[in-house]
Write a protein that binds this ligand. Structure first.
Ligand code: NAD
Length: 465
């Protein structure tokens, strides 16, 4: 039976949940690597054995197609756990400097990788399973205990996590608190050793302020408006397919979804035709009722897009229609001007904005005039242009020639900059988020002759050495 109503954790239970994970952390039980590995294996089992239920919950919350959920949420999670298991010993190994200056050559200088403690992971509704359990992989690998606070707007996924986490993992080390703002506010009244928040900038500021009371370190994974740039060289059919693929994931409700495409003016017609061909291939019966296209999270989100479409000065060449309470067609709008409503706010829906530009300088100018996005996508065959984007633009991540494959690239960190957040997770970066590098220095008594000049009295003779 899939839940469609949130079952919030009673507010009065929250302190007990907090005390439990703190006490477990302090017991030292979560520190041994064997224990962490065993929990990671359990997490992998949770995901694999519950795949059908995860797909069902994601279908209930977001209308996500089973294939999309199986790839984006399940397969990526299994990949994250495998990577952590394969590298756990290496990540957790103490760091020793390769060499030391002669006078400190016999010092033992080590940075030990110690867990930060009891940590909090707050996640959004648009990737309710992978954005909750994904960061948890890092917390477990690092030896922390953790509380997950999934989004109230994905109640089926939230309830499933609350059921499965204590069933597969050590329930005194890992817990799920369900709820919305009141519950999260109560959770944030406690002193956490790290908070990883994924969501929007408004709530991020609330979380950051709450964390500041305790000087709790935080990681903020936020959103923004993601530009795509196409140059004169690329194959427009391939580019159109790859851009439309990224746009349609979770019906555009993805933090790195392509938002607006800056295309050379002379290529706009051909590019739009390529987009229309790709759309006809992806949804031969149209996207309005397609089971392959996810739904909007709620009617209000859909209405917001309808309002934006009513305000745009661009030309809608595909879609624009709605169906049922939460369905929105894949929509393509062309000839957008720089100050158009679709070029200003994070779209967060299946609307792709196409804006013609004079040249690459024009595209660079537009990107630089906006807040730092989480991602920039550049479609080009020119290495020189790739280098220019690397040097002249700023963003959380920069991808060439594809979109929305970030979750698969766990070997490099993923995180925002400026308005798109700070700190980064994925693979070793997730381990590092929840790890304190504790420097430990052992100075041998045999080093004493080197110290003679440092002791008072501070004579001129010592100064002259
Ligand atoms: P949100 O900020 O509204 O909610 C995120 C979390 O904060 C939820 O768990 C929610 O319950 C909690 N929350 C809501 N109000 C709160 C309050 N007053 N006090 C404390 N906690 C509160 O975000 P959302 O709408 O769930 O997610 C959409 C946003 O997330 C988009 O901006 C998107 O770009 C971003 N996002 C970023 C990433 C990333 O990896 N950078 C991934 C997915 C989504």
């Amino acid at each position: 039976m899939v839940t469609t109503l949130l079952q919030p954790t009673p507010i009065d239970d929250i302190p007990r949940v907090y005390e439990t994970v703190v006490t477990t952390y302090r017991s030292g039980r979560t520190r041994p690597l064997t224990w962490r590995s065993a929990q990671l294996v359990q997490l992998s089992k949770l995901v694999q054995e519950s795949q059908a239920r995860i797909l069902e919950a994601l279908s209930t919350d977001l209308g996500k197609a089973p294939l999309e959920s199986a790839v984006v949420e399940v397969a990526n999670l299994v990949g994250m756990v495998r990577l952590a298991l394969a590298h756990l010993e290496e990540w957790a190994a103490p760091d020793r400097p390769a060499s030391l200056p002669a006078w400190r050559a016999n010092w033992d200088c080590v940075a030990h990788k110690t867990p930060k403690g009891a940590v909090l992971i707050i996640s959004p509704w648009n990737g309710p399973i992978v954005l909750s359990l994904g960061p948890l992989v890092g917390a477990i690998a690092a030896g922390c205990t953790a509380v997950l606070k999934p989004s109230e707007l994905a109640p089926a996924s939230s309830a499933l996590l609350a059921e499965l986490v204590p069933r597969y993992l050590d329930g005194s080390a890992y817990a799920v608190i369900q709820g919305a703002a009141p519950e999260t506010t109560r959770v944030l009244e406690h002193r956490w050793d790290h908070i990883l928040f994924t969501g929007g900038a408004r709530v991020a500021r609330i979380v950051a302020a709450a964390a500041a009371r305790f000087l709790t370190p935080i990681t903020l994974e936020l959103g923004g408006k993601t530009p795509v740039v196409i140059d004169d060289t690329v194959d427009l059919d391939i580019a159109a397919r790859r851009i439309l693929y990224g746009k349609q994931l979770c019906a555009g409700q993805v933090c790195v979804a392509p938002d607006y495409v800056l295309v050379p003016r002379a290529r706009q017609d051909t590019f739009v035709q390529a987009l229309l061909r790709a759309a006809a291939e992806f949804w031969p019966e149209g996207s309005r009722a397609s089971p392959d296209l996810a739904q909007m999270i709620h009617g209000a989100a859909r209405e917001r897009l309808v309002r934006m479409l009513a305000q745009t000065c661009g030309t809608v060449v595909l879609g624009g229609g709605t169906g049922g309470e939460r369905r929105m067609e894949i929509t393509i709008v062309r000839d957008l001007k720089e100050d158009d409503v679709l070029m200003e706010e994070e779209t967060f829906g299946p609307v792709l904005a196409v804006s013609p530009v004079d040249d690459i300088e024009d595209a660079l100018r537009i990107i630089k005039s906006k807040p730092t996005p989480l991602a920039i996508y550049l479609f080009t065959e020119s290495n020189a242009l790739k280098q220019r984007f690397l040097e002249e633009t700023e963003s959380g991540v920069l991808w060439f020639n594809d979109t929305c494959q970030q979750l698969a690239a766990q070997e490099i960190p993923f995180g925002g900059k400026g308005e798109s957040g700070y700190g980064a997770w994925f693979g070793k970066a997730s381990f590092d988020i929840f790890t304190h590098a504790r420097s430990c220095i052992d100075v041998p008594f045999a080093a004493e002759p080197y110290f003679a000049p440092r002791y008072p009295p501070y004579t001129q003779e010592k100064l002259d050495i």
